[in-house]
Design a protein around this ligand. Structure first.
Ligand code: COI
Length: 332
């Protein structure tokens, strides 16, 4: 079969080439371009397209692919919020994602952000860079003394919990689907988000974004949190109303916001803006604050994860082509 891989980064090339070498019966072509109505012209004769979440796929794009006889789309990542799923179904697509490329990659990053927030590293790094080596005022808080509220107990949330317990933190968890017997046996679940907000010193989000949970963190929910709460978001920017967060930080209600995902990140994260003005005043506001830490959607970005993303997505494409249903299949 012929697979066209879009939006390819340099660090993915070695894994694509290795897969190609091991699968000589198939043909893989790749490009750094995103998949758009314009770049689709290059897909004549291909059977599948392999993309990343940073690429919004609209009805038009699904239609144009279907016109070329392409009905297989494989994502190299987990989130599918960039796809018009109704259009995918309408045009008869088979879609896969990579739900488990490395939950540890994301979980470790989330815990790292918590620890940086507790140690107040943005403040102390700035002072050290200015050759101010005094200790005060950035006295830290210890992780084992915190109650951490984990919202979402899927693969990633589960690893976050394990790591936090290793540090001796008290963990409480909330999930819409209270399906983890081990967490239930440990008595970690709270019944409502309000209970979690009332008890947690650190709140960390580990769920996909859906229409139902857009801006689940907003002025009303922030008001229910404890004073000095640290909020961590490595899931999706749209879960958090950033304006409400900025107000809560300014009012001293929220102690720290650490984010790896941002609602306006498309076109900004994973791009070089050093010599250009950022087109997003709110992001500028976040970056200017000592109680905010921004990382540009890099929680996933480890060697282990990238290798899995490439291999599993290409394998899933072949499975669809051969009439099989891979475990990465997305139910449409
Ligand atoms: C995901 O896997 O959904 C991510 O957020 C990683 C990124 C490459 C889009």
């Amino acid at each position: 079969m012929k697979i066209y891989v879009t939006n390819v980064r340099e660090d993915e090339v070695q894994f694509i080439n290795a897969w190609q070498e091991a699968h000589g019966e198939h043909e893989v072509a790749y490009t750094t371009d995103m998949l758009t109505l314009e770049t689709i012209q290059k897909l004549d004769g291909f059977d599948a397209v392999n993309i990343l979440q940073l690429n919004q796929i609209s009805t038009d794009v699904f239609g144009a692919l279907a016109n070329k006889g392409i009905h297989i789309m494989n994502l190299r990542n987990v989130g599918i919020d960039n796809l018009d799923l109704a259009a995918a179904k309408e045009f008869g697509f088979q879609v896969s994602n990579v739900p488990s490329y490395s939950p540890n990659a994301i979980a470790e990053h989330a815990v790292m952000l918590m620890m940086r927030a507790l140690r107040r590293t943005p403040e102390s790094d700035a002072r050290i860079a200015a050759h101010d080596f005094r200790w005060a005022p950035t006295i830290a808080r210890e992780l084992r003394m915190q109650t951490v509220g984990v919202i979402g107990t899927g693969r990633i949330g589960r690893v976050v919990i394990d790591i936090l317990q290793g540090f001796g933190a008290k963990v409480i968890v909330y999930d819409l689907h209270r399906s983890n017997a081990d967490l239930e046996a440990q008595g970690l679940y709270v019944d409502t988000l309000d209970e979690l907000y009332a008890q947690a010193d650190i709140i960390t989000l580990h769920m996909p974004e859906t229409a139902a949970n857009h801006h689940i963190i907003n002025a009303a929910t922030l008001a229910k949190m404890r004073p000095r709460t640290i909020l961590v978001n490595v899931s999706r920017g749209g879960l958090v109303d950033v304006d409400a967060v900025l107000t809560a930080l300014a009012d001293g209600k929220l102690a720290f916001y650490a984010l790896d995902t941002y609602e306006g990140e498309f076109g900004i994260f994973n791009a070089d803006w050093r010599d250009k003005k950022l087109p997003d005043a709110r992001l500028e506001q976040l970056l200017a604050r000592p109680d905010v830490l921004v990382t540009p959607h890099i929680a996933f970005y480890t060697e282990t994860a990238v290798s899995e993303m490439v291999n599993q997505s290409l394998d899933a494409g072949v499975a669809f082509y051969n009439g099989e249903l891979p475990s990465q299949n997305v139910e449409l």
